[in-house]
Design a protein. Sequence first.
Length: 232
Amino acid sequence: MKYKFYIIAFLLMVPVIGLTMPVQAEEGADFIKVDNVYKVRIESAQWEFKIYDLNAAEKDGINLNREIDISRQSQVDRLNSDKAKYEVKHSVSMPDAVVDDQIEFHLYSRDVQHGFSINELDLAVALNRPSAGSEFGQPTVATVSLTDDATDGKLSDPDTKNGITFSSYCHIFCGLGHPDMKVKFKLGGGSFEYGPIVFYAAIALNLGILGFTLRNILTKVAVISKEIPAVN
């Protein structure tokens, strides 16, 4: 009976791991700012936004906005490899953001015309579709300021311990997956995230339960083996 308890407990912890893995994958590293400016590259395609930290890349001497010859696969592979190091999924964390910081968006479309909007920051721009033979359309660069008015005073409020959250979305219809094109921006509140802690705690608990269960099973097997008379 007690073995059933261990097995059930183990199985119940599996969904916990599954729920925390997206937190791990989506949050990524915190974006860094240089001279009070965050630089964010966003690529749109049916139906997702890909997000990159340009400041982090530039700090390492890498220009993710460089132009390449897409007919040369080596250049394409190198740029994609560089991008992968600075990409985050679905959610942008800027824990050090304060009032009057700026966010500089470098926006690209890979296919059809897309839009990029953040209502709270009065931002709504259209992204240029690529011309024939080009991977991206001409970039759209938009800069927003995190003023007290734009953030309703919450970013400067010391009682806003968890920071503030904005959501961006594509405002130009681009097909069936259009409603899924969203990005969450978390500003201020420090860089603490509960996801990694819960994730590793769940892993440790699962391993503990599994190890304890296996030890008891092996002990039971050993006892049974001793009780079985030897066959001559």
